[in-house]
Design a protein around this ligand. Structure first.
Ligand SMILES: Cc1cc2nc3c(=O)[nH]c(=O)nc-3n(C[C@H](O)[C@H](O)[C@H](O)COP(=O)(O)O)c2cc1C
Length: 190
């Protein structure tokens, strides 16, 4: 019980872009549902690629040896009840910003499994091609399905739609409403 903590992660460089607009709708729905929301804009954060040193698996007292902005995000990931990942489709999958962030979750894993196990996730994707297969959105959706299945986390909802220029997604009223509802769902009891 209690107020849910929702972490929203923006993976597009466009702060006012389509995925960010949908993410804002999710946030509005979550707030209406009584949740606390914190949003992070990956493009402004320094997140290095995982260097596969495996120190994270040997040392219990640190999350990751790389001293960058992931150090701020690890505790946020841990304390969130639900996490929303909003990404544009770039080259037929998630943006590089989103992928760097996800690779670094490796540090939250170990013999006992992943610390993200049991978390609830929401996915937001935007892409230019009208067809989710041709655009590559399906690749990204499949990546999330496989990743969360592996981690033992739950996908509560996936909101995805086509738009090209920043802001165009607003015209898709049904999708905007869907994003709001996802926020409400994430704010509710599991
Ligand atoms: C570098 C780059 C790569 C892109 N690759 C794809 C793609 O593979 N498939 C697609 O449908 N749209 C692609 N797009 C279009 C974006 O996905 C689309 O404009 C989306 O709405 C952007 O979301 P945003 O406004 O949140 O950044 C690409 C755009 C850029 C800038």
């Amino acid at each position: 019980m209690g107020r849910k903590k929702i972490m929203i992660v923006l993976g597009s460089p466009r702060k006012k872009g389509n995925s960010a607009i949908l993410a804002k709708q999710v946030a509005a729905g979550a707030k209406a549902g009584g949740a606390g929301v914190e949003t992070f804009y990956l493009h402004d954060m320094k997140i290095k690629p995982c260097n596969a040193c495996d120190v994270c698996r040997k040392k219990k007292d640190i999350d990751c040896v790389l001293d960058d902005d992931m150090q701020k995000l690890y505790p946020k990931l841990r304390s969130a009840d639900a996490i929303v990942i909003a990404s544009p489709i770039y080259w037929f999958t998630v943006s590089a910003q989103t992928k760097l962030f996800m690779d670094r979750w490796y540090a939250l894993g170990g013999e006992e499994g992943y610390e993200l196990a049991g978390k609830r996730f929401g996915i937001v994707l935007t892409y230019a091609d009208a067809d989710p297969f041709i655009s590559g959105a399906v690749n990204a959706l499949r990546t999330f399905q496989d990743a969360f299945n592996f981690i033992g986390a739950k996908i509560v909802g996936m909101v995805y739609g086509s738009a090209w220029k920043a802001g165009e997604i607003r015209r898709n009223e049904a999708l905007m409403a869907e994003a709001y509802e996802l926020g409400k769902k994430l704010a509710a009891e599991a």
